[in-house]
Write a protein that binds this ligand. Structure first.
Ligand code: PMT
Length: 345
């Protein structure tokens, strides 16, 4: 097993040594059924990953490391994909934001504040605060329509191990959709983890001074995802989060070069709600192998396209995800080989 003196985990050695989460088989049966139905009904499917993964430090877990993400990007994007006619597999961190209910988050917009008690002479009724009714009605109508159409399927993860096993299994199921599947990887995934074999069974005791833990690197799974799990056909969009704006473009380009997928969306931690950058290959249908076979390494640097999306920061009615999804739907339409008019919602 990898450790300080052994090589890092590959995706293969990771899955050979780390146990699958309980419930994986049942989750996958649900996904299989969802994919079958959506295929029969002729929809494209997008897998949206959302929220941060944890790394437990003990088997009987009391302490864990967490990755930053409220799930806003993923939950908001899922709504716009649904609006654009996609079926959505929403794979999210347990208790992070979800499509539709995100508008009534317990911390920013508690739903009890939307309700009033109407006291009659003999009974009491619950009613919605009149000033909130219109907004609530809109969200509720969309939510009920999606439920009736059966176009949203939800899966949850907590740990990075849950995430990796689920991601692989869902990607393999979705690969049957070929180019009609999109993968929108907005989750914030841990870079380091503690292999099960190195974890303490019980709560780590304090009282022995400082704590030293050596973690292993989480294998980079985008490569096997692009080349094996999705059968090289899926339209894969990953995100790059940086806090130093100057690293955004070089890091996003490096990710595209390394993994050979279709788009990296770069976002700066403090500007992510009103500005993102799309980095992609200049030729929309090119894969890395097509580009590699045509170009030498220097000219390959010129094969990236950079396009910025910005919204007005002062307009609270705008959500940048609306523009992100509109752009991706257009690009995916080209990828699938449909006429561009098919991208209109
Ligand atoms: O939820 P919010 O609060 O709205 O925040 C949204 C966000 C800032 C978290 C989101 O927009 C974002 O940038 N997500 C990716 C952050 C990240 O962790 O990037 P990364 O460099 O670790 O990973 C790059 C990409 O590869 C990601 O798409 C990730 O899902 C994927 N990845 C990375 C490592 C790994 N082992 N497996 C992966 O799937």
């Amino acid at each position: 097993m990898p450790g300080s003196s052994s090589p890092p985990f590959s995706a293969e050695s990771y899955f050979a040594t780390q146990p699958p989460p309980p419930g994986l088989e049942q989750d996958i049966a649900g996904v299989k059924e969802f994919v079958k139905r959506q295929t029969e009904e002729g929809r494209k499917i997008v897998l949206v990953t959302s929220g941060g993964t944890t790394v437990p430090l003990e088997l009987n877990v009391v302490r864990f490391l967490d990755n930053f993400s409220a799930g806003t990007r993923g939950a908001t994007s899922a709504e716009y994909f649904l609006k654009a006619g996609y079926a959505v597999i929403f794979m999210h961190r347990q208790f992070s934001l979800q499509p539709f209910s995100r508008h009534y988050s317990h911390s920013t917009n508690p739903f009890l504040d939307f309700l009033e008690i109407d006291r009659g002479p003999t009974s009491q009724e619950i009613c919605v605060t009149p000033s909130k009714r219109e907004d609530l009605l809109q969200v509720l109508a969309l939510y009920k329509a999606v439920q009736a159409a059966g176009t949203l399927h939800t899966l949850t993860f907590v740990t990075v191990n849950d995430y990796l096993w689920l991601l692989r299994a869902v990607s393999q199921e979705l690969s049957t959709m070929k180019r009609k599947a999109m993968y929108y990887l907005a989750a914030a995934v841990s870079d380091f983890f503690l292999p099960r074999q190195k974890m303490s069974e019980h709560k780590i005791q304090s009282g022995k001074g400082s704590l030293h833990i050596e973690m292993d690197q989480v294998p980079k799974i985008l490569k096997p995802m692009v080349e094996d799990w999705t059968g090289k056909d899926g339209y894969i969009v990953s995100f790059k989060l940086e806090t130093d704006q100057s690293l955004l473009i070089p890091k996003a380009q490096a990710a595209l070069r390394r993994y050979g997928h279709q788009v990296v969306i770069g976002n700066d931690l403090n500007r992510r709600k009103f500005e993102v950058v799309f980095i992609s290959w200049k030729s929309p249908k090119a894969t890395i192998s097509e580009v590699d076979s045509n170009l030498n390494p220097e000219s390959r640097e010129n094969s990236f396209e950079e396009s910025w999306l910005r919204i007005d920061i002062t307009d609270s009615n705008q959500e940048i995800e609306e523009n992100i999804i509109a752009e991706l739907v257009k690009r995916h339409t080209v990828w699938v080989g449909e006429p561009e008019s098919a991208a209109a919602p």
